[in-house]
Design a protein around this ligand. Structure first.
Ligand code: NAD
Length: 249
């Protein structure tokens, strides 16, 4: 129960890694504001928690400044404080440099990078008041580069840079760290790595590329997020923690 009564906001908490983080924080006693793009997607996600009053809705499209402000405002309205911000929301785009048009580039950058800047900005006064902390979900793709994913790799490299810059600006009040997962089995990975529409083939190929011969689980990812957000990581600041079964070694 490392987070008893802590107030947490998880962006993109309606499925995948974000939803696993919501479950893990609830299991350790936190109150959690669940963000997703729309009221409906958040309501559907909250149904999983069977009326648990520690899970509340914080809808808002965090690829926009207004959406970031709305999500943070909903969390503060519910809890009156904020101890942890998990900037998890993100999108993937697969395409060659030639196929990555301005619309795709902006969509990836806004969802993956702008969201981190402006959710953090909106949450700062509340996080300063609690001496809270921020965990940004970057990616191993932000350390290594891969073909046909320039926008995604660049966006995650930017999240790592943002993490380091924010950590330096916000110390000593607020710790800021990034997690850099390799492939984790979620809707994003299934769709993003499908080979000619075959998701299983895509996942099998991904598994074969890892030293551990498997990909990550959402539970393993959430466990790393909670570690970074906890006092166990009290002297970890500005880090970009790889969680990728040895892929960057
Ligand atoms: P997912 O597609 O399963 O879930 C993403 C979540 O973010 C969804 O709830 C979605 O609705 C939400 N979201 C997206 N854009 C949003 C917006 N503008 N406003 C509000 N919510 C928004 O993906 P996932 O695999 O769970 O990914 C979560 C994070 O982890 C992302 O930042 C992703 O880039 C990162 N990541 C994923 C993997 C992987 O292999 N799955 C690996 C490394 C990093």
């Amino acid at each position: 129960m490392r987070f008893k009564n802590a107030a947490v906001l998880v962006t993109g908490g309606t499925r995948g890694i974000g939803a696993a983080c919501v479950r893990a924080f609830l299991n350790e006693g936190a109150r959690v504001a669940v963000n997703g793009r729309t009221d409906t997607s958040v309501a559907v996600a909250l149904a999983e928690y069977n009326g648990n009053e520690n899970a509340v809705a914080a809808p808002g499209d965090v690829s926009t400044v207004e959406g970031c402000q709305a999500a943070v405002a909903a969390a503060l309205a519910a809890f009156g404080r904020l101890d942890v911000l998990v900037n998890n929301a993100g999108v993937f785009f697969r395409g060659t440099i030639g196929e990555t048009d301005e619309v795709a580039w902006d969509a990836v950058m806004n969802a993956n990078v702008k969201s981190v800047q402006f959710c953090t900005q909106a949450a700062l006064p509340a996080l300063r008041a609690t001496k809270g902390n921020i965990v940004n979900i970057a990616s191993e793709s932000g350390i290594n580069g891969y073909p046909e994913t320039t926008a995604y790799c660049a966006s995650k490299g930017a999240v790592i840079s943002l993490t380091r810059a924010m950590a330096m600006e916000l110390a000593p009040d607020i710790r800021v760290n990034a997690l850099c997962p390799g492939v984790v089995e979620t809707d994003m990975a299934r769709a993003g790595f499908a080979v000619d529409g075959d998701e299983e083939q895509g996942l099998a190929y991904q598994r074969s590329t890892y030293p551990l011969q498997r990909i990550g689980t959402v539970e393993e990812t959430a466990a790393c997020v909670l570690f970074l957000a906890s006092e166990d990581a009290g002297f970890v600041n500005g880090a970009a923690l790889p969680m990728e079964g040895g892929a960057t070694v």
